[in-house]
Design a protein around this ligand. Sequence first.
Ligand code: KG4
Ligand code: ZN
Length: 333
Amino acid sequence: MTEGRRVFSNVIFSQIDIHRKWGGVYPSLAKREHEEKIEPVIKRALEIARVKLEKIGAVAVTFGPGLVIALEVGIRKARELAERSRRPLIPVDHLEGHIYSCFAQNQKGKPERDFQFPFLALIVSGGHTSLVMVKDHLDYEVIGQTLDDALGEALDKAAKVLGLGYPGGPIIEKLAEKGDPDYLKLPLPLTRDSRLAFSYSGLKTAFKNQLTKMSPPEVVRNLPHLAASFQEKAFNHLLNKLSRAIDERKPVLVTGGGGVIANKKLRRSIRSLVKEKGIKVYFPRADKLIGDNAAMIGVVADYKYRKKIYLEDDFDRLDRVARPNFRIWTKGK
Ligand code: KG4
Ligand code: ZN
């Protein structure tokens, strides 16, 4: 439940424990869990915010990108709520949510954080590594994306080849704190490529190749060094391209969102880079706003509501609009 940028409840049912057993997201389980948990999660969100369904102004829903069978569960439920409350239904792109997550406030309207355009949004998650110029509210230009794996996905895969659990990002982070990042010689991706693009598959392959030269006990003994070496190169690649994007596009502000932003080392490095460039950086103000959550979707929805970006009469189309691929929704702008 959000009002403007203020968050009154942000209920998350995490499926991580369920997917951990499979070493990743297992689609049919994800769908079933969404179906089972969506009612209680909505009920709880209304209870915490002390709001009755009849009193809400609009219903916002994530349209994509993501796993279609899971997105559809949300879209169907949102459509039902919008019909029942006779309020508009507002389509929000998952990536827009991660961008606006940096501007979500607590119930008292803190932190204030004015929007300053144009700003550069960095999104780093299990599915995305993207640089987006935000020229005005809801006006985006995607200036950089990954050519293969996303940063979070690369960390998850590195953890997997090391025999560690899922999701790998936080495990690698913890191990890397005690490791030597120069232990393994790994290539820094796309250094001679002037594009604002990311690539993690070459780094992953180089990492795997180095591991095959080590005995299993040697790998186990050196886990912190291995984690630190991989993480260092993965982050340096991100920082290089972020630096280039700032130089080229001269934003007044940088924002960082998505699960990988939970990484403290990464946040420190981004802070110092951005400071060097003489501009500001915002990260989401609370941990719950970093990974996937509904509050960030609500915050975007307010700006769409003001511009009447609704799906008014086209309810029948909705189930087919779940979009697995990246394209920020700008219809009606
Ligand atoms: O945004 P998110 O919760 O879901 C997606 O939209 O993908 O991001 C999940 C990703 C996973 O790849 C996970 O390993 C990574 O975020 N992650 C981290 C940390 N916490 C989560 N990566 C590095 N350090 C962390 N502390
Ligand atoms: Zn996400």
